[in-house]
Structure formats: C-alpha cells, structure tokens
Write a protein that binds this ligand. Structure first.
Ligand SMILES: [Zn+2]
Length: 373
C-alpha cells in the first residue's frame, strides 16, 4: 500500500513523533525505487507537487487541522518534515553511488558505458631517456648540476678554450640574442650551444673533487629535419680529482653503456678533437639493435649504417687550459686532472625507441606521446 498522509486525531508529542517516523520510513522506502527518469519525476511530484503533493498534504492535514493549542508544536514538526524531504532531494546521498538506483544528477549519463578516462601525464620519451642516463651516473656517485639556457659568450665559448674566431665556433652555428653589438664579446648573450658552460659555473662554486652530471636543453641554428632540431637535449658529465686518468674515463663510460644498453654491449674509443679536452675521443657502442652484425635478418641495419657500431658520445681529459679559468678555486692543473663527456639525449632516445624522425618528439602529437604512458 502506498503511503498516504494520515489525518491526525491525536496531536500529542508522542503521536506527532510517530507520524513523522512513519512518513520518514515511507519516504526512505520510496526513494530507492525509481528506475527511470519518468519514475523519478513521478516520485518527486508525489512528494513535492504544490497541489496535493504529500508535503502539501502534511501542511493541510496536520498544521491547518491542528487545534490552536497544538499549532506551535505541530508547526515545528511540519517544518522538520519539510526540511527532511527537501534536503533528501537536494543532496545526492548515495543515489549516484548505488549502481541500481537512479540519480537525478545522472539522468543524462548512461551508467552502463565505461567512464571517461582522463589521461595522466606520460613521461616524455626524451625526459625518460635523460632520467635513465642520469640515474646510471647517480648510482656512481655523481650529482646533478644545472645552469642557465641563456649564456654569455664567456661561459659558452671562451672559458671552454674556444678563443675568439676559433673555427669550432662556426661549426656550432650559435643563436645570439639581438642588439648586443655594443657589448664586449665575452658578455654577449646567446642560447647555449652545449651544456658545458655548467662545468665552468660549477667549478667556480665548488672545489674539487667533483663528480657532476649536467642534463639540459641546448640550441643551435639547425633547421628542423629528421635528424636535426634547433633545440635538443644533452647530458654532460665531469669528474675532477687527483690522479684521474683516461683509464678512469674508459671504465666509467664502459660501465654506464652496459647499464644503459645491456651488459653485452662493447665500447670502442676513436681519437677526435674538442677544444676543451685533450686528448679527445668519440665513443662507439656495439650496435644494440643488430647485435654488432650490421644486419637485421637479410636487411642492412640502418641505425649503425651496417658498421655494427653506433657513435654515442664525445669525451676526453679536461684540457689544462680550461682549468686555468678556475685555478683560483682549487683547480690547479698541476695537482688535479679530470675527464668530461657529453651525449645527445634525443639521438639516444631515437635509437632506443626505434624512431627515424627526430621531429616526432617535438610535434606534441598526443597519439605519439601516449605510447610512452
Ligand atoms: Zn646495427
């Protein structure tokens, strides 16, 4: 039997309380029943309709009918009833959580459909690769150092043993900031072309021994194509101490490459030239894609150009001329020595993920980036 608002003969507190409790339990039973928008609307109208809704009846049958002396108490009760019912309609109180209950607030949502998944940030493949490199060296006791992306000519070139008009400056195709012609050369601002200025900045602040890793963005005036970008990422390392030798450099980097690319990769060092290291070398790892064979099945291995080796980084013993710039802070090349290395993170990420177009990293296409989530 559906609940109807009873006429009250007895207006005692006891009787009023019982009437309220009956109404409450009737409401609570009914509120769980609607299974569709139409049923919900009927339920709502049954209770809330201005004309002859149950609340309106409570007003008529209880309050209006009450004898004078009971009006005050009945009035209080009727207000409580109203508040209770109205609050129940206002608050969600579990309708949205009860799978088989229908909620007014969800009437436009088909709850049988899967929810909308909000994608949380995926680590960008370049940052992920950079972090992997950093972690390998952190395990060896290196700490991370950072510095400004907008640098002075002094830190980017001069203190790294590139004299003015040195040919190596041309090969870097530097992006200078405009309107600085009136400044002395060493104070002119540019977008750093490598992370190496942070080596000098750190040595100015910290005395030896030093083991730092420098990840960061660098810029060169290269038009974007499949293997170039005007902005890219480097990780450099610097170790300075007494008696550091080329053997330490080889051992450290060989260990790091095995940690990054697998314990069976081999490393090979070939002489090279950088203004800030002497001697300098390029380091190759045996191709971790074809296993060093230069072939993938019957096809040539493209990443290593069929040589079985991939060039990964440049390195060398810190040139004593570089230490001269920070000699005042304990870096006397008579007493200390060090090695440095630098690698391009973007290229390593391309190799790791088997990509042949660098631009994919920078186009911000969610369909591409999602794959790394
Ligand atoms: Zn290969």
């Amino acid at each position: 039997m559906a609940y109807t608002v009873p006429k009250l003969k007895d207006f005692s507190t006891n009787a009023l309380t019982r009437a309220f409790l009956d109404l409450k339990s009737a409401f609570q039973e009914e509120v769980a029943k609607p299974r569709s928008e139409a049923e919900w609307k009927n339920f709502r109208d049954r209770w809330m309709a201005r004309k002859n809704g149950l609340l309106a009846q409570v007003n008529d049958l209880w309050l209006k009918a009450a004898p004078k002396e009971a009006k005050r108490e009945v009035g209080k009760l009727v207000n409580e009833v109203k508040q209770f019912v109205e609050q129940e309609f206002e608050i969600d109180h579990g309708w949205t959580n009860t799978a088989n209950a229908f909620s007014a607030t969800l009437q436009t949502v088909d709850i049988s459909l899967p929810g909308i998944r909000r994608s949380i940030d995926a680590e960008h493949p370049i940052i992920r690769t950079q972090n992997e490199i950093v972690r390998v060296f952190q395990d060896l006791g290196y700490s991370v150092a950072e510095g400004p992306v907008i640098e002075t000519d002094y830190y980017n070139f001069e203190a790294l043993n590139f004299p003015p008009n040195h040919p190596a400056r041309d090969t870097q195709d530097t992006l200078f900031l405009a309107n600085q012609e009136s400044k002395p050369r060493r104070e002119q601002l540019l977008l750093r072309t490598h992370t190496s200025p942070v080596q000098i900045r750190t040595m100015e602040k910290m005395k030896p021994p030093l083991r730092i890793l420098i990840p960061g963005k660098v810029h060169r005036n290269d038009p974007p194509d499949a293997s170039h970008s005007p902005m890219f990422h480097q990780v450099e390392g610097l170790a300075v101490d007494t008696n550091i030798t080329f053997g330490d450099l080889k051992g450290t980097l060989d260990h790091a490459m095995k940690a990054l690319f697998g314990s069976d990769v081999k490393t090979s060092f070939r002489p090279s030239f950088f203004p800030f290291t002497e001697p300098s070398a390029e380091m190759f790892v045996s191709c971790f894609i074809c296993g060093g064979s230069g072939k993938r099945g019957a096809d040539p291995c493209r990443p290593c150009k069929q040589t079985g080796w991939i060039e990964i980084l440049g390195c060398g013993m810190v040139d004593p001329n570089v230490f001269e710039f920070v000699k005042h802070n304990g870096y006397d090349p008579e007493n200390i020595s060090g090695f440095a290395f630098g690698m391009g993170v973007d290229r390593i990420a391309m190799l790791k993920y088997g990509l042949d177009d660098l631009q994919l990293f920078f186009q911000g296409d969610v369909r591409f980036l999602e794959q790394f989530g």
